[in-house]
Design a protein around this ligand. Structure first.
Ligand code: VGL
Ligand code: ZN
Length: 205
């Protein structure tokens, strides 16, 4: 793809808990790290996101009696999938993958830090209305298009790219630099909703 000065690379949740040996390991996640590093050196704007939950976060199955990871529950803000404990603030699992080149990023957005609400998207928490501040930051820096990569394709990448469109940015997802969890066909559902929202899905950069 032809890169422009007003593109921003959004590197989503490339953290130990989503990689090999992590508590919510995404299949083959580690293999995207070299590709992301090769990409990030070409962008003028680079933003990282970091899933950043307090202990006992409401998205953890472990705090809901009788529930298991990947069950769904209804929260005041809507449907919520329950997860194994992951990306606890300050833990090793919450740190970025050791090979991820993080020095190139100007901003790290932490999300999911409120106990009562999860946040898949880099722009809005799962109530779809509480803003993280990312949209204003990008607008002030003159960014027009988000190029999204990282983990997991069917959750945080998907909702970040959809919200990028809602906030008025162009959005591209490079699938070769993403991996999905794929719960109940969620990878296909992600492709469908992304296409419908006008997000460009590219196999490769
Ligand atoms: C994610 C589930 C829970 C993600 C984060 O980064 O896609 N998925 N928390
Ligand atoms: Zn999470």
């Amino acid at each position: 793809m032809q890169l422009r000065d007003d593109d921003c690379l959004l590197i989503i949740d490339v953290q130990n808990d989503f990689c090999e040996g992590g508590s919510l390991a995404v299949p083959d996640a580690d293999s995207i790290v070299p590709q992301i590093n090769a990409l990030s050196s070409q962008f003028k704007h680079v933003v990282l996101t970091q899933d950043w939950h307090p202990k006992g976060h409401s998205s953890f199955a472990s705090i809901h009696d009788g529930k298991q990871a990947f069950d769904n529950i209804t929260m005041p803000y809507g449907e919520q999938t329950l997860w194994p404990d992951h990306c606890v603030q300050g833990s090793h699992g919450a740190q970025f993958h050791p090979q991820l080149q993080t020095d190139v990023a100007q901003l790290i957005i932490r999300k999911g830090f409120r106990s009562a609400i999860d946040s898949y998207s880099a722009f809005f928490e799962n109530d779809h209305s509480t803003a993280t501040g990312l949209s204003s930051y990008l607008t002030e820096r003159g960014v027009k298009r988000l190029v999204c990569v990282g983990l997991a394709f069917d959750y945080c990448v998907r909702f970040s790219a959809l919200d990028a469109r809602k906030c008025g940015f162009d959005a591209v997802v490079i699938e070769a630099a993403c991996r999905g969890i794929d719960v109940d066909g969620s990878n296909d559902a992600a492709r469908f909703t992304l296409n419908e929202a006008g997000v460009t899905l590219l196999d490769n950069a």
